[in-house]
Design a protein. Structure first.
Length: 77
């Protein structure tokens, strides 16, 4: 199955764009592939940060947790 592609036009600092283009040119990497991979990697990092923050907030709730056996005993009563 062929992937659908779209054009993403963004403004970035000229020196950043030139560094990325030079990097790709010197290593024979396609520019679009490089940019797409960079975006995906950054999204993964940002999502991981969000997960860590959520995990920390849930840690506080962990003190209120009861064992499964204890929970089931309360449900049966």
């Amino acid at each position: 199955m062929k992937e659908h592609k779209t054009t993403l036009a963004v403004k970035v600092n000229y020196s950043v764009a030139e560094r990325a283009k030079n990097y790709c040119r010197e290593r024979g990497v396609k520019y679009g592939f490089f940019v797409e991979k960079a975006i995906l990697e950054q999204l993964a990092r940002e999502e991981l940060k969000e997960d860590i923050v959520e995990l920390k907030s849930l840690r506080d709730l962990e003190l209120q947790a009861v064992s499964l056996d204890e929970y089931l005993k309360k449900r049966r009563v």
